[in-house]
Design a binder for this molecule. Structure first.
Ligand code: TXA
Ligand code: MG
Length: 322
């Protein structure tokens, strides 16, 4: 298949993308978090093609992207606390998992057979595209399964070129990190995946405690596999020293012992800004995803705020692979 890339800023591109989606095609589209691989959520064959193109081993549930809160409410039942968070953070990088309505017009493959659905209202081009199509878009990140999420059209093309119909190029994404996935529990917010909105922000906006998944509990979000976001080279975390030939990923100008023997040094944010580090993370991992980089050392990154999501992605990038 010949994958075309079109500028997202051109209205004609949006029209073509919407037509492609209406015909059951796959379109990579920039969101404020990462590029998504979108299909018409009501079209089961198109949704199945997402899994095929990504090489996803299992039918993990997908996020349904909507253009308005009412469109989310046509898919799921949002309680008062969920609505308040939607009001505060939408459009934006918050995904809410909630009970699916029996009449929700998305194909069952989107929920992976679960009684719940994940919904979010993205910013910018992705939202325009949903509005244009007039139906929700199912979209995971636009990368081959288990690999690094794409933050530029170039990353998408390298990973999925030839496997999808169209890429809308909207430049580098703003957050560079996926959305935060939550579910509402009685009087609490359950964090299913840390992401671009920090747990502190959620606690503050909701006035509710934010609960992490209990260690050892069954996976509450099936996409939370241990090994994910993996570049080709081995990744070593909390590096207090560098071994000769390693690529060093560091933060805030920190230079571990042995840094002079590093093959390359990349600082996620010399100014020590976690937001900037989050925005750079996947671009750096994508850049490091090359045959000639065999070992990657990552210096300690602070854990507060967005640091939680950054460390979560790095842990998965470093996890044993099977
Ligand atoms: O920022 C993002 O969220 C990007 C952009 C494209 O929107 N999308 C994204 O999708 O990261 P994906 O498929 O890579 O991650 C979706 C996450 C997975 O961890 C999945 O398990 C979880 O959402 N999820 C989806 N539906 C769920 C459900 N019904 N219950 C629990 N978790 C769910
Ligand atoms: Mg993903």
């Amino acid at each position: 298949m010949n994958t075309r890339t079109l500028p997202a800023s051109d209205p004609q591109s949006l029209a073509e993308a919407a037509a492609c989606l209406a015909a059951g095609g796959l379109v990579a589209v920039p969101t404020e978090t990462v590029y998504g691989l979108a299909a018409d959520a009501a079209n089961g064959e198109a949704v199945a093609r997402i899994f095929e193109a990504k090489g996803r081993p299992r039918f993990n549930p997908l996020i349904s992207h909507v253009a308005a809160t009412e469109d989310a409410q046509a898919l799921v039942t949002l309680d008062a606390a969920a609505l308040a968070l939607a009001e505060r953070f939408w459009p934006g990088p918050l995904t809410i998992v909630a009970p699916a309505r029996p009449d929700a017009r998305v194909h069952p493959l989107v929920s992976g057979g679960l009684p719940t659905l994940a919904v979010r209202m993205p910013q910018g081009v992705a939202r325009d595209l949903v509005a244009r199509l007039g139906r929700p878009l199912a979209a995971p990140s636009a990368n081959r399964s288990g690999r690094v999420s794409p933050t530029t059209a170039e990353h998408v093309s390298r990973s999925l070129g030839g496997r999808i119909d169209l890429i809308l190029d909207g430049g580098p994404t703003a957050f560079g990190l996926e959305s935060t996935v939550i579910a509402l529990e009685p009087a609490a917010v359950r964090l299913l995946r840390p992401g671009a909105i920090s747990a502190d922000d959620l606690a503050q906006a909701s006035g509710l405690p934010v609960l992490r998944p209990e260690p050892g509990a069954a996976l509450q979000s099936p996409g939370q596999m241990r090994s994910h976001y993996a570049p080709q080279g081995r990744v070593r975390l909390e590096a207090g020293h560098v071994e000769p030939g390693e690529l060093l990923i560091t933060f805030g100008r920190y230079r571990p012992e042995g840094v002079e023997d590093a093959a390359e040094i990349v600082d996620l944010s010399p100014a020590g800004d976690l937001r900037e580090a989050a925005a750079n993370l996947f671009a750096v991992l994508n850049e490091a995803d090359r045959g000639d980089i065999e070992r990657i050392a990552v210096a300690p990154i602070p854990r507060q705020g967005l640091g939680e999501a950054i460390n979560d992605r790095l842990r998965r990038a470093a996890a044993p692979r099977d």
